[in-house]
Ligand binder design. Structure first.
Ligand code: SAH
Length: 347
């Protein structure tokens, strides 16, 4: 729904208070409205029950609350749920709720589409439209959080910025969204349970270190050999493994944080022992945890799932080098909700 009224969620709490004062109301109304917007996730002024009828009407005459609306919802046989949202300007974006045992993870998008064009990824095949705002990222998180409570009777335990898009190309809004949800005036969600996943943009990784982030960093490495990595991730030509390594060293030195490497296992492409050796060598420079992820097919015959035996040999080799390795199996792949399958396609 397009409207000409300004989006009230563009206003800080201070600006809301100032607005009320200007209009002869008490400033604490600002905090009340702020909490309706960012704690309770109000979709209309009508529901702001501690405000007078007149105030609610006045607000609705002056502002709008353009929220992400659920466009469709699909549930996988493994309990994973994919939400497709429609933005106020008509774009589709996606989030995934991933239950596993007593934990529930929300996987959220940071952009509509993606500019990176990684050859193996479905999101890269749809055109980039725009960045998502802090409020749009918040809406995804709040929706998944409420659904986790309602459908699984569990509180959201983790948030991963691993949906559509490259979060570090939307640095400001992504970082602001993590700060916002951490606030007690919002969801009070600890940044230690938030992970941002990036393709590995060196300058932005250094900025994360300078900004002393308290959330976790994961890097989609997928190969520690430049030739293979460039084949998978074109931007590796510009930011090669050496420049990424320098940035990660800087990050670790300045934050003391361990880095997670996501390593997609793709049949015959990056699953050899030579690749495992290069990876082990690359990991010597800072403390890491490696997540080996089985490739999810996206319809392109060039990229296939790994052979289970090869995956195991790869893992055993890394472990013989004293590296921490987890194997991640795909979730929600029957509804195209798995990593790399988010493309606005609704099954
Ligand atoms: N741009 C960021 C955030 C997206 S995260 C990043 O690259 O990290 C999405 C994760 O899913 C990335 O690790 C990506 O490499 C991985 N992925 C992409 N396509 C995949 C596929 N077909 N199967 C499994 N994982 C895939």
């Amino acid at each position: 729904m397009e409207t000409n009224k300004p989006d009230i969620r563009q206003l800080t709490e201070e600006a809301l208070s100032a607005f009320f004062k200007e209009h002869g109301e008490q400033a604490f109304r600002g905090r009340q409205v702020y909490e309706w917007l960012w704690k309770k996730g109000s979709t209309s002024f009508e529901e702001m029950s501690n405000l007078s009828k007149e105030t609610r009407k006045f607000l609705s005459e002056n502002f709008s609350i353009p929220r992400l609306n659920i466009h469709s919802k699909q549930t996988s046989r493994d309990g994973t749920i994919k939400f497709t949202f429609k933005t106020h300007d008509g774009h589709l974006t996606e989030s995934v709720l991933i239950p596993s045992g007593s934990r529930i993870t929300a996987c959220v998008s940071s952009q509509v589409g993606c500019k990176l064009n990684c050859t193996f990824c479905a999101t890269g095949k749809i055109p980039f439209k725009r960045n998502l705002s802090q409020a749009e990222i918040f809406d995804q998180i709040l929706t998944v959080k409420n659904k986790a409570n309602k459908l699984y009777n569990l509180s959201l335990s983790n948030i991963v910025y691993m949906g559509m898009g490259e979060p570090l190309l939307n640095y400001g809004d992504v970082k602001a969204s993590i700060k916002l949800i951490a606030s007690e005036k919002s969801l009070g969600f600890s940044p230690r349970r938030v992970t941002l996943s990036t393709i590995g943009l060196p300058e932005k990784i250094k900025k994360l270190a300078d900004d002393q982030i308290t959330f976790n960093l994961a890097v989609s490495l997928h190969s520690a050999m430049d030739e293979t990595r460039t084949r998978l991730i074109p931007i590796n030509k510009q930011y090669n493994l050496e420049s990424l390594k320098k940035a990660l060293e800087y990050f670790n030195k300045n934050t003391g944080k361990r880095i997670t490497f996501e390593y997609l296992m793709i049949n015959g492409i990056n699953d050899s022992i030579a690749e495992a050796k290069a990876l082990a060598e690359y990991c010597k420079n800072f403390p890491v945890k490696i997540n080996l992820i089985e490739y999810n097919t996206t319809g392109d015959p060039a990229f296939q799932k790994p052979d289970p035996q090869k995956l195991n040999e790869f893992k055993v080799f890394l472990e013989s080098k004293n590296l921490v390795v987890n194997v991640r199996r795909s979730r929600g792949d029957d509804i195209d909700a798995a990593c790399g399958q988010l493309s606005g396609r609704i099954k």
